[in-house]
Design a protein around this ligand. Structure first.
Ligand SMILES: C=CC1=C(C)c2cc3[nH]c(cc4nc(cc5[nH]c(cc1n2)c(C)c5CCC(=O)O)C(CCC(=O)O)=C4C)c(C)c3C=C
Ligand SMILES: [Fe+2]
Ligand SMILES: [Fe+2]
Length: 345
């Protein structure tokens, strides 16, 4: 049999709406072997590293996978919790919150689940489960507010690849971006305002986004423009004075130029310009993870303080805050309106 038959739908049978939230994925444990497995899958994706395959295979297998797993494992250990990786437990909480919010309005004809692009739970195993539960219409929501070929694009590849092996396909909707959605911008603005009520206003508010190679942007990836736009919309909503905020890019990997300015270089140079108190926010991450908690929360704090900085605070991601859950519920409802109309309680 060439095609798997995970969903044998029949007229009058189960006919549910499924909402699948996805994120990047994370290692199973902060140890060398799970890190090696995770990095191998992630960094072998041609959407993530756009380098000729044979050259990249040699670099990845002979160099990176021999050095990076133990270094990354040590970094993951600093953020690991009783519930495992922060990215994992925040995503679980987001799925639960979204399920409850949607069930309140639409009952149990709607099924919410989550999957990871790399590692587990994989997109295919979760789709097996959802389709077996009677999902005939599927909304995929990658939790990347700004579209990038390396993240959102790759998630679409995984859905499409999964569908090539199935006989009976559900109807499909896919959210490519929500960087300018009023509710998302409002939730970010509220989190900044609430944080500043307790911690005061810094000399500079820094919006730090995960970087990508500059080349991807030059070749048409809209990610950079969408990040700049998100910052601008939040700044307008909060009425931030020009010069009191900026956009930077973090998590550089490899030797080629990435999107600039680089977060770490900016933090090293600001104290020399008289900027000694900063607040950092990472609006491109829908959940706290290694890149926010360790890289922004710890590593970059050191750079700033060692360069003469005095006050450095990090504003957490929206995670599973009620405000964020209602952003996700609103996004889902806007996409599903046609599918859900007949199911309103
Ligand atoms: C090698 C190239 C990479 C590109 C391009 C890239 C783009 C990209 N990544 C995110 C979100 C996350 N990345 C995370 C970790 C992470 N990212 C890379 C590399 C690239 N990312 C690596 C090697 C790692 C692993 C950690 C390490 O070894 O340093 C994470 C955190 C995962 C976790 O478990 O906590 C997220 C989230 C975005 C949004 C993006 C492009 C826009
Ligand atoms: Fe990354
Ligand atoms: Fe990092």
């Amino acid at each position: 049999m060439k095609y798997v038959n995970t969903a044998r739908t029949v007229p009058g049978g189960p006919d549910k709406v499924g909402v699948l939230i996805t994120n990047l994925g994370t290692p199973d444990a902060p140890e060398k072997a799970p890190l090696r497995r995770y990095l191998k899958e992630f960094l072998s994706d041609p959407r993530v590293v756009e380098v000729p395959r044979l050259i990249w295979w040699l670099i990845l297998n002979l160099v990176i996978l021999n050095i990076r797993p133990s270094r990354s494992a040590a970094a993951y250990k600093t953020v690991w919790t009783d519930r495992g990786s922060p990215l994992m437990f925040h995503t679980q909480d987001q799925a639960r919150g979204l399920q409850e919010a949607l069930a309140e309005r639409y009952g149990d004809d709607i099924v919410v689940d989550f999957a990871m692009r790399y590692g587990s739970p994989s997109i295919s195993e979760v789709l097996d489960r959802m389709l077996a539960a009677g999902v005939t219409r599927l909304l995929v929501m990658p939790l990347y507010p700004q579209y990038s070929c390396a993240t959102t694009g790759s998630t679409f590849d995984a859905i499409a690849a999964d569908f090539t092996r199935r006989r009976n396909l559900p109807s499909l909707k896919f959210i490519s971006r929500y960087y300018d959605h009023a509710d998302y911008i409002g939730a970010l603005a509220l989190s900044i305002r609430t944080f500043q009520q307790e911690h005061g206003t810094p000399d500079r508010l820094i919006f730090s986004y995960h970087g990508t190679p500059q080349r991807y942007c030059d070749e048409g990836d809209p990610y950079y423009c969408e990040c700049i736009h998100t910052t601008q919309l939040v700044a307008e909503l909060l009425d931030l004075p020009e010069g009191s905020y900026m956009t930077t890019f973090q998590s550089r990997f490899g030797r080629e130029a990435w999107l600039q300015p680089y977060t770490d270089e900016i933090l090293k140079s600001l104290p020399g310009e008289g900027v000694t108190s900063v607040q950092l926010i990472c609006p491109g991450f829908s959940a706290d993870c290694l890149e926010t908690l360790e890289e922004i929360g710890e590593e970059n704090r050191e750079y700033f303080m060692q360069s003469g900085g005095k006050e450095y605070t990090y504003i957490p991601c929206l995670n599973s805050d009620p405000q964020h859950i209602s952003v996700l519920a609103q996004l889902a409802e806007e996409e599903l309106s046609g599918w859900l109309e007949s199911r309103l309680n």
